[in-house]
Design a protein around this ligand. Structure first.
Ligand code: SP5
Ligand code: ZN
Length: 349
């Protein structure tokens, strides 16, 4: 048996050259290589059967995102080279333009003041989601993979995998950041409402601030997230326990968290989901909880992914796995294979 897997070939066109750290350009870890590694390893191990996802109409995104933000992203991507050219003129840099530049937002709306009459023309909350001419198609393709995965569950499949890239869980109703543009898990969850209430379990290392934002007032979708304590780690401003309410549960964990502590927290999260009796489950799946991830500060090895998979499958819910983060290229193949092997082995029991 294999897991039906939806991918988005257009992701290859999105490859920002760098992110910026204290004045230095550092590698952009959210790279096309990530999906190539996952796809090759899982296909070779005969764990997945990949198929291309049909491109959704942008209107489908409006259930999850402000239509104005969707339009803004599309326009920015398609006009990015011209806009960058104009910016470069200020410094006489036009001759240095390549044909594939990325627009990095440098102006953020939060503190502009109550006198501003031009509100919400900036939709980024940080500068780590750069936009190039292929970013729109990549992001739409990624959301399309999630949508196709949800469609598979609606058609009766018990599980599916959306191999999404770029990731989505930091993208809110009208905000982009943290390598994310469109919230793939949210697109899937909104589609899955066709099966009743939906639970989203987010096991990426980082808080899914975007998913929390999109479903903050939505009783039909339960959001449960395990992540690094935002007092210590990205995204810093959300993910605290104080944000919890009936359908939003954050479980922040300290640096150095080990498998027993993680799994105890996960068991609590899963008990909460079980109590709410949803009709389906979306898992925001990040491999950045591994101890060797360059961004993560937990202390768990690859076997954690089998333990997580077994527990999720024991919920016996139609489940869509949506790829989020995970940046240690050297181990991604094993982490994913460990996870999906356990999914298939447990499902068969
Ligand atoms: C989808 C996903 O996993 N996104 C992660 C985005 C993480 N961005 C990390 C930025 C880290 C900045 N670290 C600065 C340390 C300040 N003391
Ligand atoms: Zn992450």
């Amino acid at each position: 048996m294999t897991i039906r897997t939806f991918v988005n070939p257009a992701h290859e066109g999105h490859h920002p050259p760098a992110e910026y750290l204290h004045g230095h350009a550092v590698p952009y870890y959210e790279s096309p290589e990530r999906v190539r590694i996952l796809l090759d390893a899982l296909t070779e191990a005969r764990l997945i059967a990949p198929e291309p996802a049909e491109r959704i109409a942008p209107q489908v995104l409006h259930a999850s995102h402000d239509p104005a933000m969707v339009r803004f992203l599309q326009d920015l991507s398609q006009g990015s080279q011209e806009l960058i050219g104009q910016d470069f003129d200020v410094y006489d840099l036009r001759q240095r333009l390549s044909t594939d530049e990325y627009y990095y937002e440098t102006m953020f709306p939060a503190q502009l003041g109550r006198w501003s009459t031009r509100t919400r023309t900036v939709y980024f909350f940080d500068s780590t989601s750069p936009v190039g001419r292929h970013t729109w198609e990549a992001a739409l393709g990624s959301a399309s993979a999630a949508y196709a995965g949800a469609s598979a569950l609606l058609a009766g499949d018990r599980q599916a995998y959306a191999l999404c890239r770029p990731p989505g869980h930091h993208a809110g109703r009208n905000t982009m950041g943290g390598y994310c543009y469109l919230n793939n898990a949210a697109v899937a969850a909104n589609h899955l409402k066709g099966r009743g209430r939906v639970a989203i379990l987010d096991v990426d290392y980082h808080h899914g601030n975007g998913t929390q934002d999109i479903f903050w007032e939505d009783d039909e979708v339960l959001f449960v997230s395990l992540h690094a304590d935002p007092a210590l780690d990205y995204p810093y401003f959300t993910g605290f326990e104080a944000e919890n309410h009936a359908t939003n549960r954050n479980i922040p964990l300290p640096h150095g968290t080990t498998a027993p502590d993680y799994l105890a927290a996960l068991d609590g999260a899963l008990a909460h989901i079980r109590e709410q009796a949803p009709g389906s489950l979306v898992v925001s799946l990040g491999f950045d909880i591994h101890r060797d991830d360059p961004m993560g500060h937990f202390d768990m090895d690859t076997s954690i992914f089998a333990a997580i998979a077994e527990r999720i499958v024991a919920l016996h819910l139609p489940t869509l796995y949506v790829q989020e983060g995970g940046y240690r290229l050297a181990g991604l193949d094993e982490m994913a294979a460990t996870f999906f092997q356990a999914v298939l082995a447990t499902e068969g029991v």
